[in-house]
Design a protein around this ligand. Structure first.
Ligand SMILES: Cc1cc2nc3c(=O)[nH]c(=O)nc-3n(C[C@H](O)[C@H](O)[C@H](O)COP(=O)(O)O)c2cc1C
Length: 191
């Protein structure tokens, strides 16, 4: 009898604890809000990171695609990207995010091009009102890290909260899960 009372008490208490825990998690994700992961990727490295962030946060993916395709020849691409940056040229984008208003947190991913974001990402950021939203950048690169991109984002989106970004070497994206998880955990976006 004693055993039965104790085990029923244990069942009751553990049920109570798990329902409180569930409520806390629900409240936590409601507080963090709806997550969008927007990214631009030419050769696929940044796309790999974007998918890892999607899997870990449960956010929705949006790929930034230009109307005019970039050259597949590396040198031609490097030269064109430099010209676009020098001219402040904003390449036209193929599609828009449906209901940007509904998102509270926007992860934005890109390769480092000439020390900052590619110009299509500048255009993306200039196309929406980010007031009250949190922007979290991530970037793949071959040694320049985030470059000046975080400050550039702060200049374009002065009314958003722009967190510090995650830079990952292009060749290391496939084994970056641990870095991604601890960065997300530090910003509170994953358990
Ligand atoms: C046009 C262009 C400019 C680049 N400029 C830089 C740079 O300034 N610093 C750097 O570390 N890597 C630079 N890179 C390397 C890319 O950032 C790196 O390869 C990245 O992982 C590519 O990402 P993706 O596969 O998503 O396109 C450049 C690459 C290209 C194509």
């Amino acid at each position: 009898m004693k055993k039965l009372i104790i085990s029923s008490a244990v069942v009751l208490i553990s049920g109570f604890i798990s329902s409180v825990t569930e409520e806390l998690h629900a409240a936590d994700s409601a507080k963090k809000g709806k997550v969008l992961i927007a990214y631009f990727s030419m050769s696929g490295n940044t796309r790999v990171l974007a998918n890892q962030i999607k899997d870990m946060t449960g956010g929705e993916l949006f790929e930034i695609v230009t109307v005019q395709t970039y050259p597949s020849d590396y040198n031609a691409l490097v030269n064109l990207a430099k010209k676009e940056q020098a001219a402040g040229y904003l390449p036209e984008l193929k599609s828009k995010v449906n209901k940007m208003n509904s998102y509270d947190v926007v992860f934005i991913g890109y390769p480092n091009w000439w020390g900052t974001m590619p110009m299509p990402v500048f255009n993306f950021l200039k196309s929406y009102d980010f007031k009250g939203k949190t922007i979290i950048p991530f970037c793949t690169n071959e040694g320049s890290g985030m470059g000046s991109s975080e400050n550039d984002i702060r200049k374009i989106c002065p009314s958003a909260v722009v967190k510090n970004g995650l830079p990952i070497r292009g060749g290391k994206v496939k084994s970056a899960q641990n870095d991604v998880r601890s960065w997300l955990r530090a910003s509170g976006y994953v358990k």
